[in-house]
Ligand binder design. Structure first.
Ligand SMILES: [Zn+2]
Length: 469
């Protein structure tokens, strides 16, 4: 049973339309089935670049691409050492893909259903009919049950377990190399990975079709959010209102809801000075598209001043939020209005802390701002399908495998994302590394403090190599 504090799993699948549906019935009238994903289940669409990335990693290992053209892919981020996502197709998890920071590489953990989309051309073992039942019940592949093992398999590899007809019956991790396995008369060859049984029905579909499938559900969740905004506004008539806009998808969806509920309101943009160029472009674009007033805080000089005194911000020493967002917002609100009501794109599925957060609150650091979260109960998939439906100008970074938009060097980011930024935005990353170098030399820190991103956590011993997370 899914613990209730994690919220409800909204992700369902329509096997008639081959689309994700955020409720029990598709707009086509077909009853949907729940997709079994790991909680909290803040799933999002897989974009073209995600698909290419997954296919590349999959191909390197299994010599075949996983995702055929014209299929909807959903990604669900799950807790791991660094970055890990479940890949959903045909209404089931078909594999997970994870980044191994020590080895600087991606790894695929396949599921049986992956073979409905692509048959592996390497990294598999063939087992005898008599061994199938026990393997399906979770037993290891043992030497006597092995018929053949593909040449390239080495110990530690993720492999498919197939029967004599080529039908996949399980997945697991090889314990020995192919060469060794062939000499063995007893002992275990593959440790089987047990996963919950689920159904998978492949079929092509587009996101336009997914919008249609979700039309009724989105109308309901939008109506609920609009109603919430109207009520909060009515209860706080004296407060000037705005939408806190960050350049991210959640604040954009919030803006759309508020525009429908109240008409035009100004945007409040806390410029940290550490945003991607694409984020600044998005802010300008949204302002123009909806014809809104924008009010901006300072440009982030605070950040570099504090950096010189404190060193880089860390997950356990996050002075950046206070210096670059909360304090400037407090000053601005106090100066401009005295007090205000801000609609914010906070969602409970983002994190456990947000699961527990109320929908209307005041931040202790910014008592002059009353905050309200119209899309508190939405998942990332609600947000994206809503933005697709409304043809809203969302930040292009989401299509470039950057799923959390904020400061480019946020210490809460994973190393996989940093590696991506290093590659795609070398100038931005070069500037950051230069500052880190300076602090490292000032404080006689080891090389790996930068190389292994140890700067992200202050409390840990810099000699502790396990501090990747
Ligand atoms: Zn349907």
């Amino acid at each position: 049973m899914r613990p209730s504090y994690l919220g409800k799993n909204h992700l369902h699948w329509c096997d008639n339309c081959h689309t994700p549906v955020l409720g029990r019935v598709c707009s086509c009238g077909t009853a949907t089935r729940e997709v079994l994903i790991t909680p909290p289940g803040d799933a999002r669409p897989g974009f073209e670049m995600d698909i290419r990335h997954i296919n590349r990693v999959y191909y390197e290992h299994f010599n075949t691409s996983l995702i055929p053209e014209g299929h909807i892919v959903i990604l669900n981020k799950i807790p791991d050492k660094d970055r890990m996502e479940e890949v959903v197709m045909g209404g089931a998890v078909v594999c997970s893909i994870r980044y191994l920071p020590e080895e600087r590489r991606w790894e695929v953990l396949p599921r049986v259903h992956a073979t409905k989309f692509a048959k592996p051309e390497k990294k598999f073992v063939v087992v005898d009919t008599g061994a199938i039942e026990s393997i399906q019940n979770g037993s290891s592949v043992l030497a006597p049950g092995l018929i053949s093992i593909e040449d390239s398999v080495v110990a530690g590899d993720e492999v498919f377990i197939v029967d004599k007809c080529g039908e996949c019956i399980g997945v697991g991790r090889a314990k020995v190399d192919a060469k060794t396995a062939r000499t063995m008369e007893r002992g275990s060859i593959v440790r089987t990975r047990k996963v919950k049984k689920s159904e998978c029905f492949p079929g092509p579909a587009t996101w336009d079709e997914a919008i249609v499938s979700n039309r009724d559900h989105l109308r309901n969740v939008e109506a609920e959010a609009i109603n919430f905004v109207k009520n909060v506004a009515k209860d706080n008539l004296k407060l000037p209102m705005n939408v806190s806009y960050s350049g991210g998808k959640d604040s954009l969806a919030t803006l759309l809801v508020v525009l429908r509920a109240l008409g035009k309101v100004p945007l409040l943009f806390a410029d940290t000075g550490l945003e991607f160029a694409e984020t600044y472009e998005n802010v300008d674009r949204v302002v123009e598209h909806y014809g809104l007033e924008i009010i901006k805080t300072g440009n982030g000089d605070n950040f570099w001043e504090t950096f010189e005194r404190e060193g880089p911000p860390a997950v356990d020493l996050r002075w950046c939020c206070k210096a670059c967002k909360l304090n400037p917002v407090k000053e601005l609100v106090t100066e401009k209005w005295g007090e205000c009501l801000s609609f914010i794109g906070q969602r409970k599925y983002e994190s456990l802390a947000r699961m527990k957060s109320p929908r209307i609150w005041k931040n202790n650091q910014v008592r002059v701002q009353l905050s309200a979260a119209p899309i508190q109960h939405w998942t990332a998939l609600h947000v994206f399908i809503y933005l697709f439906q409304e043809k809203a100008p969302y930040n292009v970074l989401y299509e470039r495998r950057i799923d959390r938009i904020g400061c480019y060097m946020c210490p809460s980011s994973d190393i996989a994302t940093f590696e991506l930024i290093k590659e795609e935005y070398p100038e931005l990353w070069g500037e950051w590394t230069e500052k880190l170098e300076w602090w490292k030399n000032q404080n006689n820190l080891p090389e790996k403090w930068i190389k292994n991103a140890l700067w992200r956590k202050r409390g840990l011993d810099a000699d502790d190599d396990s501090s990747y997370t």
